[in-house]
Design a protein around this ligand. Structure first.
Ligand code: TXA
Ligand code: MG
Length: 338
């Protein structure tokens, strides 16, 4: 199958929507990362999503909507907190785990009694959903285990020949996947941190961090968010996180780098030869925006080891930390003296 990258014209959106109606898959831009979208009511299409990504069957998908009215197609009796959170954070990078409607095929939710729902802010995603005429199931559009795609070309690199269309909506604004939360009465548990931060959620309700956000989860363990147990976001190179000040980071690396080492640089930077630098950025937002693209670049450079300054747990940094702990298989060198 030939894979075409399409710009976001009305004509191209109806072409892509037509493919979705026939049970085919489409690469869809969102403000977080690109999604691999499909009709959630077509089991054949959802089967293809799992096949094409090489995704474990026990890892459920997120359903994307473009108006609150669509919620009722997927969710049974959403608790009142749903609407308070939706009013504040939708459209945007927040995914809510809610009671599933029985009409939604079990394959979408990996047979869980709950369904994950998100209302993306990207106009391309909203137009595609409206034109298709149904909400869209979509995991991130990478091959399982690869860094999530933040540009149309990343989707092409992973899925070329396997899907008919990729809608190119430019670089994703955030570059990290949505915050995933589970609702219980008047509180929420963060299962995956993202651009909607813990303190933003705390302005609306009690918020706690779920098990697995900062811990490794064994593959046998039953967890609330199955995605947490897979070694995600991993480039081919070995990633090592270094916790400490900027000075400590550079003095640790000085003199010990080899030509096939890559360093994600921050701040003033320094001469790290014979290692190779990739500019990580000076704000958490920049670093989030670039992270997955840089992990892919490190692979293209055939890096053996990638050294990255370890993010903190504050605000958006928590989401970066969560992704990087998984990319590094929890390999952290701690230079902070107690
Ligand atoms: O930003 C995003 O969320 C992107 C864009 C495309 O919307 N999507 C995305 O999907 O990251 P995916 O499939 O790569 O990650 C979905 C995560 C997985 O960790 C999955 O286990 C979890 O959400 N999840 C989905 N349904 C769930 C459910 N019913 N209960 C618990 N966790 C669920
Ligand atoms: Mg993913």
């Amino acid at each position: 199958m030939e894979t075409q990258i399409l710009t976001l014209t009305d004509e191209h959106i109806s072409l892509a929507a037509g493919a979705l109606q026939r049970g085919e898959l489409v690469g869809m831009p969102t403000e977080t990362v690109y999604g691999l979208s499909a009709n959630p009511f077509c089991e054949e299409a959802i089967k293809k999503v799992f096949e094409v990504k090489g995704r474990a069957a026990d890892n459920p998908l997120i359903v994307h909507i473009h108006t609150l009215d669509l919620l009722g197609q997927f969710v049974e009796d959403p608790p009142p907190l749903t609407y308070r959170l939706a009013k504040r954070f939708w459209p945007g990078p927040l995914t809510m785990i809610l009671p599933k409607k029985k009409e939604l095929p079990d394959i979408v939710t990996a047979s869980l009694p709950t369904v994950a729902v998100r209302f993306p802010a990207h106009i391309g995603a909203q137009k595609l959903i409206a034109c298709a005429g149904f909400g869209l199931a979509a995991p991130s559009a990478n091959l399982s285990g690869r860094p999530s795609p933040t540009k149309a070309i990343h989707v092409y690199q992973d899925l070329c020949g396997k899907i008919p269309y990729i809608l190119d909506g430019g670089e994703c604004e955030w570059g990290l996947e949505s915050t995933v939360i589970k609702l219980q009465n008047n509180s929420v548990t963060v299962l995956r941190p993202g651009a909607i931060t813990v303190s933003m959620l705390q302005e609306v309700c009690d918020t706690k961090l779920g098990y697995g956000v900062l811990q490794p989860v064994s593959s046998e363990k039953k967890v609330e968010s199955p995605g947490m147990k897979y070694r995600h976001y991993a480039p081919k190179a070995q990633v090592i996180l270094i916790r400490g000040t900027e000075d400590a980071f550079y003095s640790y690396l000085k003199g010990s780098l080899r030509p096939q080492d890559v360093v994600f640089t921050i701040g003033r930077g320094t001469d790290i030869s014979p290692g190779k630098p990739l500019a990580f950025g000076d704000t958490a937002r920049e670093r989030a925006h670039r992270l997955f693209d840089l992990l892919r670049k490190a692979d293209e450079m055939e890096a053996k080891t990638v050294y990255i300054p370890c993010p903190s747990q504050d605000g958006l940094e928590l989401a970066l930390l969560n992704r990087l702990l998984r990319a590094s298989a929890f390999r952290v060198i701690d230079l902070v003296k107690e």
